[in-house]
Design a protein around this ligand. Structure first.
Ligand SMILES: Cc1cc2nc3c(=O)[nH]c(=O)nc-3n(C[C@H](O)[C@H](O)[C@H](O)COP(=O)(O)O)c2cc1C
Length: 240
């Protein structure tokens, strides 16, 4: 089983500790690749739109973005982590997700994403962990992923692991271990089921792409949808 982890902070703090507890349950069977942000995707999207309009490989940051993308596409399980910073995912995480705007459904989603599983781990001191997870989930769901699990925690105590009350630590560990075991039990030879919501998004965009193609048959996203056969009978998910 291949796992790709995108860490929204380089700090070896609470978020890191929670992620390690989760991964420790999977290590024996898993080939794990980890990215740490901002180190592994240190630049901001400049808004040039070259990825949307022409080719993602022409992005000034393609070396970082494509290295992450390749590993994500090959993975069975994607893990995203972030502390809440002012009620949201870290700026480093947002900066990375911006680079994948071209993979949103209205543009050129990767068919591999439709069958993938993902886990999002976030924490906060008192409030904001859930909205931080939502920031990440928003991108993943628009990339086409339906099977997304969230582990979001409120520390309500100190920001040093050892100073968090034992009962609180045990509760967080229990949730992470149970989620990891659930992910370990998955049969990764079968793609995850695609939800009705994902399919609805697909069909709305499909209609939009057909219209755009009539106006301009050379439009990059239209050509991508057409090449994949999505404007005909082919779908990025397996029909069961
Ligand atoms: C810049 C910054 C903003 C934060 N904003 C929030 C917040 O909005 N809500 C909250 O409950 N905790 C907030 N925190 C606390 C973090 O979510 C987190 O609990 C703390 O940084 C410990 O996690 P870490 O060791 O992984 O960094 C913030 C921390 C930082 C550094």
């Amino acid at each position: 089983m291949k796992i790709t982890v995108i860490n929204g902070t380089e700090k070896h703090g609470i978020t890191y500790k929670l992620k390690e507890i989760f991964l420790d349950e999977l290590r024996g069977d898993a080939d794990i690749t980890e990215f740490y942000l901002p180190r592994d995707c240190p630049e901001f999207c400049a808004g040039c739109t070259v990825c949307f309009l022409h080719d993602e490989h022409k992005c000034k940051d393609a070396e970082y973005v494509q290295a992450i993308e390749k590993t994500m596409l090959e993975a069975d399980l994607l893990v995203f982590t972030s502390p809440a910073y002012v009620f949201h995912a870290t700026g480093a995480m947002k900066a990375m997700l911006d680079h994948f705007g071209y993979r949103w459904m209205p543009h050129r989603p990767a068919k591999e994403m439709f069958g993938k599983r993902a886990v999002i781990i976030t924490q906060c001191l008192g409030a904001g962990g859930k909205s931080a997870a939502k920031d990440i989930k928003h991108s993943l769901s628009w990339w086409g992923i339906s099977a997304i699990k969230t582990c979001s925690f409120k520390l309500m105590s100190d920001v040093k692991w050892e100073r968090i009350p034992e009962k609180k630590r045990a509760k967080m560990m229990d949730k992470l271990v149970r989620t990891a075991r659930e992910m370990r039990a998955v049969d990764y030879t079968r793609p995850a089921a695609t939800s009705l919501m994902t399919k609805a998004k697909f069909y709305i965009v499909r209609k939009m792409q057909a219209g755009l193609g009539k106006e301009d048959p050379e439009y990059t996203d239209y050509k991508y949808w057409k090449k994949n056969g999505w404007l005909d009978k082919v779908r990025p998910w397996k029909e069961s």
